[in-house]
Design a protein around this ligand. Structure first.
Ligand code: VNL
Length: 390
């Protein structure tokens, strides 16, 4: 009796194994998610992976008749590593889509692989305008620095800020932020007295901030990548720049929701422009934040998380439409033109540019229920990437 039971169980197990192998061969849909899970950009990887897993938990892992498999790789934000991992994912794992991309150099390094293999590549984080032009297979669900920077340059001069010093990370997104902020501020009658650039890797902000203090502008405009904002804020306050009458403004990367609550009351009143705040007052966002925090020990979702969550949505919907037929080209076609309500607000994947069209919000750091939030107080609707009109 016992033996027969055992045999029966073994036969079932073998059958199940066979079935699994068959599923793996024909009916899986693989997403290669390449992220910086360690190193300087680790918070970006942590946020996006958590958001992608939340999306799958909420929407199931069977889509369009396929079993969705997520393969997460840590590129440590070294572009050569990103590229090699993408190559392995395409050639060995035969992924149907590449996704993630914490920083611009990683996305740019991988673009040729998307083109050669006709694999859609969903950029969930990196935000230099030109990325979507590096391959016709790239779709973006994050934002662009020109979107955010131009909105800030329109707000500042109407709010007593005429003389500005800019301080940006010296690479793609920082150069975009500087260029588009400066151009628009000058157009609006403002003045930029100095444009400073700090190294992207291991920046020391101290000497730059000292210089800003001496220049005494109305405001310092900052772009630093997600994860570096707290260091800027700390040194800004330590130097007493706020007390010297210099305002801190920037794109929302500097008051990143991942770090904001630990920045202390010195951050109160800082105004930034961005596409997402944890405090965005919509039902869709309230549900998203609640579920994200519940699944991640109270961690706040930041703008990286929302890029990952919406990126998964774009992939899932494209898979629903194509049912995995027609390869990368069909999948890409089904990603273009998607329009939906994101936790950030309404969002649209422009079919021509494959870039995101979305609202940009002006936000001020305020305390709500004892916690610091970027509280939205104004909105510029349906902003297309200004970098695409050049
Ligand atoms: C980039 C842009 C990276 C904005 C960021 O954080 C960010 C990029 C890692 O394009 O490299 O906040």
């Amino acid at each position: 009796m016992q033996k027969r039971h055992f045999l029966h169980a073994t036969a079932l197990a073998v059958l199940a194994l066979g079935a699994t192998a068959a599923v793996a061969a024909e009916d899986t849909f693989k997403i290669g998610l390449i992220l910086p899970m360690t190193g300087q950009q680790a918070s970006t990887g942590r946020q996006i992976e958590a958001a992608a897993r939340l999306y799958m938990a909420q929407n199931g892992d069977t889509v369009g008749g396929k079993k969705v498999e997520l393969i997460v790789k840590d590129d440590t934000s070294i572009p050569d590593v990103t590229k090699r991992m993408a190559q392995e994912l395409v050639v060995n794992d035969k992924v149907n889509v590449l996704a993630g991309f914490g920083i611009t150099p990683s996305a740019l390094a991988t673009a040729p692989i998307a083109t050669q293999s006709k694999t859609p590549l969903v950029v969930m984080a990196a935000a230099t305008s030109s990325i979507t032009q590096a391959s016709p297979y790239i779709v973006r669900t994050s934002f662009t620095l020109p979107q955010a920077a131009v909105s800030m340059a329109d707000w500042a001069p109407k709010n007593g800020i005429k003389k500005v010093v800019t301080l940006v990370s010296d690479y793609g997104p920082g150069l975009d932020a500087e260029k588009f902020f400066v151009e628009r501020l000058l157009f609006n009658g403002g003045q930029v007295t100095e444009s400073l650039r700090v190294p992207m890797r291991n920046p020391d902000f101290a000497p730059f901030l000292q210089k800003v203090r001496d220049l005494k502008p109305d405001a310092l405009f900052v772009f630093v990548p997600s994860g570096a904002g707290a260091a800027v804020m700390k040194q800004f306050l330590e130097r007493g720049m706020d007390k010297a009458g210099i305002r801190l403004i920037g794109t929302g990367d500097v008051t990143d929701d991942d770090q904001l609550n630990d920045m202390g009351d010195g951050a109160l009143g800082v105004v930034t422009s961005h596409h997402y705040s944890t405090a965005h007052p919509s039902l869709v966002n309230k549900k998203f934040v609640e579920a994200f925090q519940k699944a991640n020990k109270g961690m706040r979702p930041n703008f990286m998380a929302v890029g990952g969550y919406d990126g998964m949505r774009v992939i899932y919907e494209a898979l629903k439409v194509t049912k995995g037929q027609g390869g990368g080209d069909a999948l890409l076609a089904a990603m273009k033109g998607q329009i939906f309500e994101s936790p950030r607000g309404p969002m649209f994947i422009d079919a021509q540019t494959r870039d995101v069209v979305q609202n940009i919000y002006l936000r001020k750091v305020q305390k709500q229920d004892g916690q610091l939030y970027n509280v939205e107080f104004d909105v510029i609707k349906d902003v297309k990437d200004p970098g695409k009109n050049k």
